[in-house]
Design a protein around this ligand. Structure first.
Ligand code: ATP
Length: 244
């Protein structure tokens, strides 16, 4: 179906269509649609645009990725179809690896997701054959690659479940979360919590990464240490409540 560009909900409809298409292709899990619906409700509450709190978190995320010695961007069935191009651009900008990691895991779904990135973007992507496990994590999200998420020191986790964020923190990794729900366990547990739609957040982080690349390590550390995640998250929540 062709969406009219002038439609007031063009972006939201485009995202929904991409996800429905992703389900048909066997990349997105059907429950990914439900998770997206929850995200949309929160997006409505922030006016469907990047807030100043989100922007601050996105800048901190860019600094953290640039400072990392082994950053990895985790990809699930929703992000793979919502913003594959943006994932690849951010990975290139920050020298990050990309790894498929699925809650509703199956070898077929992993393969299709890997193929999507390989064929469309000619990019290397990990996760087709995970060979390690995140300790003390019951879900299939625990299956990771030794040279990817398992050994990463910074992991960007868009649309995550809180369990894995907690497990990654226990492994002493720094976690950047993109989650429209400021109350989720993911947002509450991450080191940098970005309350923004993933389709806006990823290009914003890439924008900051391009800008911050000109800075030296000391300047990047200063940017990062001046960012207070708890305070920023609280403010994001307050702003949402004010809109109700
Ligand atoms: P937690 O375990 O962290 O409390 P949850 O179990 O509620 O999280 P899921 O059911 O996995 O999490 O849902 C995924 C989360 O992703 C939801 O909090 C939802 O708000 C968020 N989300 C969905 N779509 C988007 C999107 N496009 N951009 C950013 N966040 C999104």
């Amino acid at each position: 179906m062709k969406l009219p560009l002038s439609h007031p909900r063009y972006s939201s409809l485009k995202q929904r269509h991409a996800l429905v298409d992703g389900v048909k292709k066997g990349i997105t899990a059907p429950s990914g649609l439900i998770a997206f619906g929850r995200g949309e409700a929160f997006d409505y509450l922030i006016g469907e645009k990047t807030t100043s709190e989100a922007r601050k978190a996105e800048q901190a995320a860019a600094a953290l990725l640039l400072l990392a010695h082994s950053p990895v961007i985790s990809v699930n069935g929703n992000t793979a179809v919502l913003c594959p191009k943006e994932i690849v651009s951010l990975a290139r900008e920050t020298n990050s690896k990309i790894e498929v990691n699925l809650f509703y895991d199956s070898p077929a779904r992993r393969k299709k997701t890997v193929q999507l990135f390989k064929q469309k973007f000619k990019t290397k992507i990990l996760g087709e054959k995970p060979d390690k496990k995140i300790p003390a994590l019951a879900s299939a999200r625990s299956h990771v690659c030794a040279n990817g998420i398992f050994s990463a020191n910074v992991v960007l986790v868009p649309l995550e479940d809180g369990d894995r964020t907690q497990a990654l923190r226990r492994m002493k990794k720094k976690v950047i979360a993109i989650d429209l729900n400021p109350l989720s366990r993911t947002s509450q547990t991450a080191n940098v919590s970005i309350v923004d739609n993933v389709v806006r957040a990823l290009p914003n982080i890439a924008f900051f990464a391009r800008k911050l690349k000109r800075k030296n390590k000391k300047q990047l550390v200063r940017i990062l240490s001046s960012f207070d995640n708890k305070k920023n998250l609280k403010q994001a929540e307050k702003n949402m409540r004010r809109r109700l």
